[in-house]
Design a protein around this ligand. Structure first.
Ligand SMILES: [Zn+2]
Length: 111
C-alpha cells in the first residue's frame, strides 16, 4: 500500500475528537486548532457542529445581551396617545414618548 495523496475527507479518530473537545473548552482559536490537528478550519467547524461543541474563541460571547421590550408607555408606537383637539388647524404635535425616546422599544439593561 503506497501513500496515496488523496484529498479525501480524513476521518476523525477518537483521539482527534478528544483533542477537539479539549480545544473547544480551552477556546483555542479555530485557525490554531486547524494547524495543530492538521485539518482545515472548515472541517473542524463541521465536525464540532456535529459533535455539538463550540469551536474557537467565540467573540460573540463578549457581546452583552440586550433584550428589547415593547415600550409600555406608548405601546410600541413611539408616541404616547394624544387626544387631538376638535378644532382644525390646532393640531397637537405628537410628542415623543419619554420612556423610549420615540423608538417604541425599551432595552432591558438589567440583564
Ligand atoms: Zn414609548
Amino acid at each position: 500500500m503506497g501513500a496515496f495523496m488523496t484529498r479525501k475527507r480524513k476521518s476523525y479518530s477518537g483521539e482527534d475528537i478528544t483533542k477537539l473537545r479539549a480545544h473547544s473548552k480551552a477556546r483555542t482559536p479555530a485557525a490554531q486548532v486547524a494547524k495543530l490537528l492538521n485539518r482545515t478550519v472548515g472541517s473542524l467547524q463541521q465536525k464540532s457542529r456535529r459533535l455539538d461543541i463550540k469551536l474557537g474563541h467565540r467573540p460573540y460571547d463578549m457581546l452583552p445581551k440586550i433584550i428589547e421590550h415593547t415600550c409600555p408607555g406608548c405601546n410600541g408606537t413611539g408616541f404616547p396617545k394624544v387626544k387631538q383637539p376638535a378644532q382644525p388647524g390646532r393640531k397637537l404635535y405628537p410628542v415623543q414618548c419619554k420612556t423610549c425616546a420615540g423608538k417604541g422599544k425599551v432595552a432591558d439593561a438589567s440583564n
